[in-house]
Design a protein around this ligand. Structure first.
Ligand code: MCA
Ligand code: AMP
Length: 513
C-alpha cells in the first residue's frame, strides 16, 4: 500500500459496503459504496481538468456529504486540499487564492461572481460551485465521471493539505501537512481512543479545521464507523442526535451550550462511550458540571494546525486518569518538552514554553521558509507558542501525573473564541485601515459562551471623531464575523509600558469586566 492517506483509510472500510458511513440528522444514509464512487468521480473530474499530484484544490464550501467527498477525492488524486472557513470575506479569501496558487477552486454559489473574476485574475484556474445540499457545477460535472479511480501513490512526505492559520505578524501562514503526518496521527488516535467499528460519531464541527476534518473524520473512517453528519451546530438537535451515538467531539462552547439545554442529561447520553473536547481550554466548571449532569467525564486533548494532536487525557482507566484542567500526556510516538530561556529544561511543575516533536509535526509553512525557521529550534523541536507545565497541582489541589501537561497561557498574542483562533495583529491591520483611526489594539475578554470574545480599543487621528458602534459594523462587513470585535472602545491613547509596548493586560482589565 502506498502512503496515500485515503488508501490507508479505505483499507479499513467495512466488508459490507452497503452499510451507512454517513447519515444526516433526518436519517438519509450514504453508504460506503457511495463514498467510494463519489470520491472516485471527484478525483476523475479534478485530474481530467489537468490537475497533477501536488497541485492545490482550494475549497470554500458549506459542510455537506459532497464537501467530504471532494476532500477525499482530492486525496485520492494526490492533490493538496486547502479548506477555507466559509466565514472569510473577499479581502481574506483573495490572499489565500494568491498565496496557495491553486489549480482549482470550489466555492459557495453565492460567491460565484467574485470567485469567477478572482479565478481569472489568479491565472484562469478551474472554478466550480458546490452548495450546502451537494448541488452546483462541481456536483453536476462529477456525476458524469467514471466511478473507478486508482489512488495516486504518495510518499509519507508528500503534502496532503495546507491549513491556513493566522500569524502573529498579521497575514495567515499555510501549515503544510503531509500524508505521513495525518496517517500517523489518525492511527495513534484510533488506538488511544479505542475506536470501534460499532461506534457512531456525532459530527457537528465545521470541516475546514483540524478538529472537524482530521480528528473527527479520520477517526470515524479509519474505524469503519458511522457518522451522523450535522451540517451546522444546533444544541437542541445535537442533544437529540446524541441518543443514537457513542462518540462526540466538540469545542468547549458546544459543551457550554449543551449544558444550557434544560432537558440535556443522563438520558440523552445513555448510549455514549466517549466525549472529547479540544481547540480551546475547557473550564474546570464545565468539566465538573458535565460530569454531574451526565455521569460522563470529558476527555480533553490538545493540538494545533501545525501538529495535529499532541497530547490527550487517557481513554482507558488502565492508561491513566482524565484530569480536569489538564490536556493529558504526549500521545504515543509524540514527544513534548517544557523549556525556559535558551531551551533549558523546566523541572516538574515549573512553567515554560511548550515544544513538540514527532511524526505528526508539519514540515513548515507554505512558501515561507523564514517563518518556518523561526518556529523550530536548532535541534528540531516545534515551538507551539503555548505556555504550560508538566505535573504540578491539578484543579482539585492533588498533584497531576508528572507527564500530564497543563496549558497556563500563551506566549503568542492569540485570542481563541468559540474554538476559532483570532490573531490581534491581523485585526489591528484592518482597523488601522479604517478612516480616522490612528492606531488600535485588539485583545480578548472573558465570555461565558465563546470563552473569549474579541474586543478592540482605537485611538482617533487628530481632528477625527470615531464612533465604536459604526466601527464594529464596518469591521463585520469587511472580515469574518467571528473575527470582528464584538465591541470597539474609542480611547484618547493606548496604555503603554516604559518600553512603549501596548499593555493589553491593562485593556483586558479595563474592558473585561
Ligand atoms: C459564531 N460567531 C462567533 C463564533 N461563531 N463569534 C465569535 N466566535 C465564534 N467562534 C458569531 C456569528 O458571527 C454570529 O454573529 C453569531 O455568533 C451566531 O452565529 P452562528 O453561526 O449561529 O454561530 P454558531 O453556529 O452557533 O457557532 C458557534 C460555534 C462555532 C458552534 C461554537 O463557532 C464553531 O463551530 N466553532 C468551532 C470551531 C472549530 O472547529 N475549531 C477547531 C479549530 P452575529 O449574530 O453577530 O451575526 S482546529 C484547532 O483549533 C486545533 C487544531 C484543535 O486543537 O482542534
Ligand atoms: P490552531 O492554530 O487553530 O491550530 O489552534 C491551536 C491552538 O489552540 C493551540 O496552540 C492552543 O493554544 C489552542 N488549543 C487547542 N487545544 C487546546 C486545549 N485543549 N486547551 C487549551 N488550548 C488549546
Amino acid at each position: 500500500m502506498s502512503g496515500n492517506l485515503y488508501s490507508l483509510i479505505a483499507s479499513r472500510f467495512p466488508a459490507d459496503r452497503t452499510a451507512a458511513c454517513l447519515e444526516t440528522p433526518a436519517g438519509e444514509p450514504f453508504s460506503w459504496a457511495e463514498l467510494e464512487r463519489r470520491t472516485a468521480q471527484a478525483a476523475n473530474l479534478l485530474v481530467g481538468r489537468g490537475l497533477r499530484p501536488g497541485d492545490r484544490v482550494l475549497a470554500q464550501v458549506e459542510k455537506s456529504p459532497a464537501a467530504l467527498f471532494l476532500y477525499l477525492g482530492a486525496l485520492r488524486a494526490g492533490l493538496v486540499f486547502v479548506p477555507l472557513n466559509t466565514a472569510y470575506r473577499e479581502a481574506e479569501t483573495d490572499y489565500f487564492l494568491e498565496n496557495a496558487a491553486p489549480g482549482a477552486v470550489v466555492f459557495l454559489p453565492e460567491r460565484e461572481s467574485w470567485f469567477t473574476e478572482a479565478a481569472k485574475r489568479h491565472g484562469g484556474v478551474a472554478a466550480w460551485t458546490l452548495d450546502g445540499q451537494g448541488g452546483g457545477s462541481f456536483a453536476d460535472k462529477a456525476a458524469k465521471q467514471s466511478s473507478e479511480f486508482t489512488d495516486v501513490p504518495r510518499a509519507n512526505d508528500d503534502l496532503a493539505c495546507i491549513l491556513y492559520t493566522s500569524g502573529t505578524t498579521g497575514r495567515s501562514k499555510g501549515a503544510m501537512l503531509s500524508h505521513g503526518n495525518l496517517s500517523s496521527n489518525a492511527q495513534t488516535l484510533h488506538a488511544w481512543w479505542d475506536w470501534l467499528e460499532d461506534d457512531v460519531l456525532l459530527h457537528a464541527l465545521p470541516i475546514f479545521h483540524v478538529h472537524g476534518l482530521f480528528v473527527a473524520v479520520h477517526g470515524a473512517l479509519l474505524a469503519g464507523a458511522k457518522m451522523i453528519w450535522m451540517s451546522k451546530w444546533d444544541a437542541p438537535e445535537a442533544a437529540r442526535q446524541l441518543r443514537r451515538c457513542t462518540v462526540f467531539m466538540g469545542v468547549p462552547t458546544m459543551y457550554v451550550r449543551l449544558l444550557a439545554e434544560p432537558s440535556f442529561g443522563r438520558e440523552a447520553c445513555a448510549g455514549m462511550r466517549l466525549f472529547i473536547s479540544g481547540s480551546a481550554p475547557l473550564l474546570v466548571e464545565t468539566f465538573r458540571e458535565f460530569q454531574a449532569r451526565t455521569g460522563h467525564t470529558i476527555l480533553e486533548r490538545y493540538g494545533m494546525s501545525e501538529t495535529v494532536m499532541i497530547t490527550s487525557n487517557a481513554c482507558r482507566p488502565a492508561d491513566g486518569p482524565r484530569v480536569a484542567g489538564t490536556v493529558g500526556a504526549a500521545l504515543p510516538g509524540v514527544s513534548i518538552r517544557v523549556v525556559g530561556e535558551e531551551n533549558s529544561p523546566r523541572t516538574e511543575g515549573e512553567v515554560g514554553d511548550v515544544q513538540v516533536r514527532g511524526p505528526n509535526v508539519f514540515s513548515g509553512y507554505w512558501r515561507a521558509p523564514e517563518k518556518t525557521a523561526q518556529d523550530f529550534t536548532s535541534d528540531g523541536w516545534f515551538k507551539t507558542g503555548d505556555v504550560g507545565r508538566l505535573g504540578g497541582p491539578s484543579a482539585d489541589g492533588t498533584p497531576a501525573p508528572a507527564n500530564y501537561l497543563t496549558i497556563v497561557g500563551r506566549s503568542k498574542d492569540l485570542i481563541i473564541t468559540g474554538g476559532y483562533n483570532v490573531y490581534p495583529k491581523e485585526i489591528e491591520g484592518f482597523l488601522d485601515e479604517m478612516p480616522g483611526v490612528a492606531e488600535s489594539a485588539v485583545f480578548g475578554v472573558p465570555d461565558p459562551d465563546f470563552g473569549e470574545a474579541v474586543c478592540a480599543a482605537v485611538v482617533p487621528r487628530a481632528g477625527a471623531t470615531l464612533d465604536g458602534e459604526s466601527l464594529t459594523a464596518a469591521m463585520r462587513a469587511r472580515i469574518a464575523k467571528f473575527k470582528a470585535p464584538k465591541q470597539v472602545h474609542v480611547v484618547a491613547e493606548l496604555p503603554r509600558n516604559a518600553m512603549g509596548k501596548v499593555q493589553k493586560n491593562v485593556l483586558r482589565q479595563t474592558y473585561g469586566g
